[in-house]
Write a protein that binds this ligand. Structure first.
Ligand SMILES: [Zn+2]
Length: 162
C-alpha cells in the first residue's frame, strides 16, 4: 500500500466525516477497503441513531461483514479520520482486519497509543498493523472547526434576546 493510496482513501473518509457534520454529529468518517474496493462506509451518528455504539468505524465494519458475508474481515484495511476509541479498537480485533490507517490522534480517548494501546497490546490474539498521521492536519482541522462552530453557536444563543 503506497502513501498515495492511503491519502486517497483518507480523503474519502474525510468526505464521510462531512456527512456527520451535516447531521450535527462530531465529524468522524471511516471507510473499509478490501482488494481495492469499498466494502463498508460509516460516519459518526450516535445522537441521531440513539445508539452509543454508532461510531464511524463500527458502521463501516458492520457493512463490511454484510458485504463479505463473513464476520472475519481478513486483509481489509480500515481508514478512519480520528484515532479509534477502546470500543472501536476492540471491534477491529474481533473483526480481524489486517490494517488500520488513521488521521488525527485523539489524546483524550484514543486506543491506538494516545490514551491506551489496545491494538498494540502484546497479549492481543490478533495484531492489527497500524499507520497513523495520514492527512492528520486536515482530519484534526475538521474537528476543531466543528467544535469552534458549536461554541460560537452556543455563545450566539446565550446572547440572543428572548
Ligand atoms: Zn469509537
Amino acid at each position: 500500500m503506497t502513501d498515495q493510496q492511503d491519502q486517497y482513501w483518507m480523503r474519502y473518509a474525510l468526505q464521510l466525516a462531512q456527512r456527520a457534520w451535516q447531521a450535527g454529529e462530531v465529524p468522524v468518517g471511516a471507510v473499509l477497503v478490501h482488494d481495492d474496493r469499498i466494502i463498508g462506509e460509516g460516519w459518526n451518528r450516535p445522537i441521531g441513531q440513539h445508539d452509543p455504539t454508532a461510531h464511524a468505524e463500527i458502521m463501516a465494519l458492520r457493512q463490511g461483514g454484510q458485504a463479505l458475508q463473513n464476520y472475519r474481515l481478513l486483509d481489509a484495511t480500515l481508514y478512519v479520520t480520528l484515532e479509534p476509541c477502546t470500543m472501536c479498537a476492540g471491534a477491529m480485533v474481533h473483526s480481524r482486519i489486517g490494517r488500520l490507517v488513521f488521521g488525527a490522534n485523539d489524546e483524550k480517548t484514543g486506543a491506538a497509543g494516545s490514551l491506551l494501546n489496545v491494538l498494540g497490546h502484546p497479549g492481543m490474539n490478533h495484531q492489527v498493523q497500524v499507520s497513523s498521521g495520514i492527512l492528520a492536519q486536515e482530519c484534526a482541522a475538521l474537528l476543531s472547526d466543528f467544535f469552534r462552530m458549536r461554541r460560537e453557536q452556543k455563545k450566539a444563543r446565550r446572547s440572543a434576546p428572548l
